[in-house]
Unconditional design. Structure first.
Length: 86
């Protein structure tokens, strides 16, 4: 899992606090993937952001459809008596 980051994009450093056991497992996972912890986290964070932006777009489309409404071709009865007609 090699990083596909563009070398021209500026990067920023972050500090992360993890339990020692978790850090050990992450180091092993990164080594198995032949990548760094930083690159591994960057890939997963990018996926999370991508999913979130897709969710936001779908939510906006759904709200727009609800606002537009649907024609259900419902016509209410003309009177109460007609509604309860037997």
């Amino acid at each position: 899992m090699k990083s596909k980051d563009s070398p021209t994009k500026p990067k920023a450093n972050i500090t992360l606090k993890l339990d020692r056991d978790l850090l050990r497992e992450v180091r092993i996972l990164a080594a198995e993937e032949d990548t760094s912890i930083s690159a591994l986290l960057a890939v997963h964070l990018r996926e999370i952001v991508k999913k979130r932006s897709g969710y936001d777009e779908r939510k906006k489309r759904a709200i727009a459809r609800m606002r537009k409404g649907y024609d259900l071709e419902f016509t209410p009865p003309r009177s109460r008596d007609e509604l309860h007609e037997r």
